[in-house]
Write a protein that binds this ligand. Sequence first.
Ligand code: ARG
Length: 576
Amino acid sequence: MACYFRRAIAEQVSQILGVTSEKIIDHVHAIPVNRKRSSPDFRLFLKSVLDDPADAAFYQEKIEKLSDRLVADSVVSNFGLTRGLLTVTVNRPLLVKKVMHKIRQDGFRYGFTSELLSGFPKGLTLVEYSSPNIAKKFHVGHLRSTIIGNFIANLKEAAGNKVVRVNYLGDWGLQFGLLGAGFSKFGCEDKLKTNALQHLFEVYVKVNAAAEKDEEMKQSAQEFLRKLESGHPQAISLWTHFRDLSIEEYAKVYKRLGIKFDEYAGESFYREKSQDVLNLLRSKNILKITKEGTGVVDLTENGDLSAFATVMRSDGTSLYITRDVAAAIDRMEKYNFDEMVYVTDKSQQSHFQNLFKILKMLEKDKVDRCQHVNFGRVQGMQTRRGDVIFLEDVLDEARSRMLQNMAKAQTSKTTEYPEDTAEKIGVAALIVQDFKGQLQADYRFNWDEALQSCGDTGVFLQYTHARLQSLLTLWNTSEEEDFNVSCLQEPSAIATLQHLLRYDEVIYKTLKELQPRYLVSYLMGLGHLANVAHHSLHVKGSTQEVAHARLHFFNTIRVVLASGMKLLGITPVDKM
Ligand code: ARG
């Protein structure tokens, strides 16, 4: 719908300048709303559509032509032209009608149906995220991968792709050797059943400490790992038991976050397939065996081995990167994806560069469609128990802090499920705090800051959504779509609709760069505008005609706010 206006503007300008409107339309942008004063709706820098930017006389001539010949019509009500910047104000009643109608028609798809997004290829996107390691800490890096990956998957899905969500669990390796060797001594089946993740971690820590002092324990851990590697049935059955219970519990915690995976295909799944990778590397003469008996791949152009990746231990077993090569090839074959996105912290950047290089050497062309989205480190995310060890702890912390805040605030309405509401708000706070900045940047996390109810926080977004929702429930909007557009001409209504006009551009940028901060700051802007409108455009005491139009207007805001929040991974609450 914003495209409807862009097109109309482009067509007029095109006729005067003699440049095709296709070339112009991409440069017509909605103007960000200024909360202090009213502004035009669209802008176009002439420099972006005219060739030969150095020719001043040429420019002057075009500008004069434009200012002489641009005319107001049924779509455009006013043009402004200063120093090569064209600004356009569109017909007010038409703006109200078009924006509201489109949002009503598209609902949660609003923004994604825009022509602006038509250039993005659609197909199958595989997103791999979260990927914690069983029996080890679920650290903040895993938390970030979980919420960022979920956001990317949501966004790609909304943009019309089929999305496969994969959790590449760390479910193989020495920690299982230790668990296998020490569980009979330090473990407890009942505890395992009630809280697998916590118990396995405790046992792992104990066996690890024991193995450092006790050579026998160390030996038996290695022995157990060997058994596992060779597929010994008893070892495998214990490992399966640990793994199954862990996955069950992960799934429960992910559910609290509103996150689901299509597949838990962890590293263990690629144990045998990584032997095929080693054979393939051998057959292509890419595998070099060192003096120590390890297998490496030379990553240099000139073959001097100044950069290499170790893909095989001297006992013939695979490493992290070998399993990643196997997993990538397997996914290429199994899904024939159009793109694959890996989400981890930036410490794994060189790992993924090496992985992509090896895949290229193996002539796996799809590697060009693989992307590593990386993010920075977080400091200061502590829970009452100390550092983050389990995802559950972070969620409990967010919930209990939020419950406390809700109890303190008098404005809070008593809800039926305070715990559930507190959790949804707490998670929103966490997500917004994390998504506010550039993903690659490191930042310091602060609970008090994240949980403030005013300011740019997830709590504020939830609060705004709940307020709109209760207004709509209170007045019970009628389904009657027609409303009088002249009832929505106040500055606060117009500013909000102008902001809604820009949604597709924000989605475009967010998709292009896979950076949630554009969407976050847009939603903050929408929240502020909604609150201003809420204060000035009363429903109570208005005539039926005005009340009807205003309720429609508030519902329009609510739909876009809720849909943006859901993309971020937030479940909007109706009451708080
Ligand atoms: N489990 C790994 C870790 O905790 C992350 C896995 C990332 N994905 C991958 N395909 N290597 O560091």
